[in-house]
Design a protein around this ligand. Structure first.
Ligand SMILES: [Zn+2]
Length: 323
């Protein structure tokens, strides 16, 4: 599906099969002799088909196309290696370039496995469900150009400024077009779903960073937000307040789960109400458990850094208890 949003700017909806996010938004900008694609969809046949059909309909020549990727998640980055032609510029962020190398060489899990086991996962449960990251991203080393906070670039009549918004991922960048009051929000602000906040070795207190990044974009003068998923909206401040409230409630619920005694993050997650259709924690597919535990770790770390709970190691496990 293609939607014409503004002069020289389109949204191509790329379906994500068997994924609760349903689809990702790929934005196309036409400039003077060059095109720019913002985010792409997963490295899967069905995504490639949907995106290529949209690009063809808009007469996009991939030999004249550059890319901007808001962050490293494979529903945004996955297809870049298949689409980028010789000489294409791939604008990205500095903190996530080394992580991308671990993805394309499929060495990332080695970094994450022990950590997740310490947080309560059984090694067997995890190993059987770890996706092959080289497959999700391709193995090609992309010629990333790192952009930083305040950097600008132009495409057609759009002049974008980069706003570093770490939290959802370590190097997430939003794009702001001041004159057009336009914010390309990636997964920093989403409207009918709440951005997932999880733990990263590169960003232990991701929730604190995320809330700080929400404060950072709050004052911007914005009339149109183009998010990474679902429809665009206009009231980013109302949505930021809702997301802040969501995390406040989740922080309280996370601390309350410790009232019955010390727990691993895995056991805390099993005691939290998740907005998904499974009736019991045991029925959650491992990937959903993985997201739930990651989100729980982010909230526990935030509470521990704020000295509202205690975090300590015992018998190879990371445990949390009320302060
Ligand atoms: Zn994401």
């Amino acid at each position: 599906m293609i939607e014409h949003i503004l002069p020289g700017l389109w949204r191509i909806e790329v379906q994500l099969p068997e994924n609760p996010l349903q689809a990702v938004n790929s934005y196309l900008l036409k400039g003077d002799g060059r095109f720019l694609i913002i985010d792409t969809g997963m490295n899967m046949e069905v995504c490639a088909k949907a995106l290529n059909a949209g690009l063809q309909q808009l007469n996009v020549d991939l030999k004249k196309t550059d890319f901007f990727v808001t962050h490293l998640h494979h529903d945004h980055m996955g297809l870049v290696s298949a689409l980028a032609t010789e000489g294409a510029k791939v604008y990205f962020n500095q903190p996530e370039i080394p992580i991308m190398r671990q993805f394309t060489s499929n060495t990332r899990w080695a970094t994450l496995l022990n950590f997740n086991v310490a947080n309560g996962f059984s090694e067997k449960e995890l190993i059987n469900s770890m996706p092959n990251l080289s497959y999700l991203y391709g193995t090609k080393q992309l010629p990333f150009i790192a952009l930083h906070d305040g950097d600008g670039f132009e495409i057609g009549e759009y002049c974008f400024t980069c706003i570093e918004t770490p939290g959802h991922s370590p190097g997430h960048i939003c794009l702001y077009e001041k004159d057009k009051k336009l914010l390309v929000s990636g997964d920093h602000i989403l409207f009918d779903i709440t951005p997932n906040i999880t733990w990263y070795p590169e960003m232990p207190n991701s929730l604190e960073r995320y809330l700080h990044s929400l404060d950072k974009v709050y004052p911007l003068d914005v009339e149109l937000v183009l998010p990474g998923h679902r429809k665009h909206q206009n009231n980013h401040r109302a949505r930021i307040r809702e997301i802040q409230e969501h995390h406040n409630i989740r922080l309280k619920e996370t601390a309350a789960a410790l009232e019955s005694g010390e727990k691993t993050a895995y056991d805390v997650a099993a005691n939290i109400s998740w907005d998904i259709t499974y009736t019991s924690w045991e029925d959650f597919p491992v990937t959903q458990k993985y997201f739930a535990v990651g989100e729980t770790i982010a909230h526990l770390q935030y509470l521990a850094d704020a000295k509202r709970i205690r975090k300590y190691a015992a018998d190879g496990k990371t445990l949390y208890s009320l302060a």
